[in-house]
Design a protein. Sequence first.
Length: 174
Amino acid sequence: MTGSLPGLRYDARARRVVLVAARFNAALVDQLIAGARQAWIDHGGSESGLFVERVPGAFELPLAAKMFAASGRVDAVVALGCVIRGDTPHFDYVAGECARGLMDAGLQTGVPVIFGVLTTENQAQAEERADVARMNKGRESLEAALEMVQLLSPAVAANKTRARKPRPAKRGRR
């Protein structure tokens, strides 16, 4: 089962999206990337419009995501990673700060930054969510990015149009 809704289509043509992906838990993250790439193709995206950039781990995703979002060169950023709970509180620090940082990056730049980071209790859960033939969270994350770009595009265009219109000169009191 995939998370995509049947019949829901997004237009990835003429869009530019970057997948910022963690190297930690690479085998799982590579599956997320594969699912995102397939969704990109399925929605008409060109090979030249989808970029993959790697960072060491989930904790580094927010900084890279913010940099790409603020660059003005992409329509959306999809952060992909995997944090699996262990015997120490490390999971809580990494997963929580990653989520907060990615949310902040989107809010600060106005560019969709999607949280495609698996946060699981164990390896089996992570494998199920990463598998392109099962839950396919990579696909879901890419489709969320396209949906947000589509949602925000009219508002962004309207704001740019309003900003370009010359304002009438203010007249002083006589």
